[in-house]
Design a protein around this ligand. Structure first.
Ligand code: ZN
Length: 310
């Protein structure tokens, strides 16, 4: 369930939804460690097991860095921090209050997904004590042993999103900001990347600016939540920008359709299959659609909300 990415970084498969879909990361430096993202409430035993496997004492976990408060990234925070007595959680200024009192966030998720899905797939969402949370400034750095980790405010996917720049590996822990890219779609042409336009704060122009801001760091790679390490270059940045523009264009084209949700979802599916074909992906189309299925629903919901704001 884990794989080593070098630079003392471990990718942890949180097993949320399906294997190889939702990652959390463990960064180590000497005897100290930090988690980046937590998966959902149900993922916490896997994270604790990873500490044991790596020989990291629970009291030596200094930080939990949740890139944003969507539940596949931060849903496990309240549960995880109970076991890590010295860990400070860094949560974006726009998300912190929802982690301290998740009542509204939970109600919103229940309204969209229903009680059964919530219990079976996410488990729960419990409060994080206020005195365990810090709010990072844009550009602020923290030390993990000798390592420097820097927070960067990154709106576009969500306004409550930051990324973490890791000088040591020249990598960006990017949450959902640098796209989703499943390793099953890697080919000789590189990575297939698309934008998770999750509800409710998709903002195409802010997202473009954020990508440009991150490129200035001259990163070598991104550590994606969906899923794992991906080389990051001008080329992949452009693929992601094209995806953002195409998703927005598909949504706008069908803005007035009667059955808007279904029409957009179908159209996004066709677009992703087309991209995969251009990318020489040889997986069976039905398998491709299975791998895209969860994202298609969520991306369409986000585009639908975005259209309603136009
Ligand atoms: Zn997200």
């Amino acid at each position: 369930m884990t794989h080593d990415l070098g630079h003392q970084i471990t990718c942890i498969d949180t097993q949320h939804l399906r294997p190889n879909a939702v990652a959390a990361y463990l960064i180590q430096d000497g005897e100290y460690a930090a988690f980046v993202d937590t998966g959902c409430h149900l993922s916490v035993p896997i994270l604790l097991q990873t500490l044991e496997d790596k020989g990291v004492k629970r009291e030596n976990v200094s930080y939990i860095l949740t890139t944003h408060i969507h539940l596949d990234h931060a849903g496990g925070l309240g549960e995880l921090i109970k076991y890590l007595p010295n860990a400070i959680a860094y949560v974006h200024q726009r998300g912190a209050r929802h982690m301290i009192d998740p009542t509204r966030l939970k109600a919103g998720v229940l309204a969209v997904y229903g009680e059964v899905f919530f219990k079976q797939t996410l488990g729960d969402l419990i409060p994080t004590p206020e005195d365990r949370i810090k709010i990072p400034e844009d550009g602020e750095s923290i030390k993990l042993g000798n390592r420097t980790l820097t927070f960067i405010d990154t709106p576009g996917h969500a306004r409550h999103h930051y990324c973490v720049w890791d000088e040591a590996s020249k990598g960006i822990f990017s949450g959902d900001t640098l796209g989703a890219s499943y390793r099953e779609f890697d080919t000789a042409k590189g990575e297939l990347i698309f934008p998770p336009t999750t509800p409710v704060q998709f903002d195409p122009s802010a997202w473009h600016n954020t990508i440009d801001k991150l490129l200035k760091l001259q990163p070598e790679c991104a550590y994606l939540t969906h899923f794992s390490r991906m080389p990051f270059s001008e080329d992949n940045a452009q693929k992601l920008k094209n995806g953002i523009d195409s998703f927005a264009a598909i949504a706008l084209k069908h803005k007035g359709s009667k059955n808007r949700f279904e029409v957009i979802k179908k159209s996004l599916g066709r677009y992703l299959l087309h991209c995969a074909a251009e990318h020489d992906v040889s997986l069976e189309k039905t398998l491709q659609m299975t791998l895209f299925e969860d994202d298609l629903g969520i991306c369409t919901q986000g585009l639908d909300v975005w259209l309603s704001r136009q």
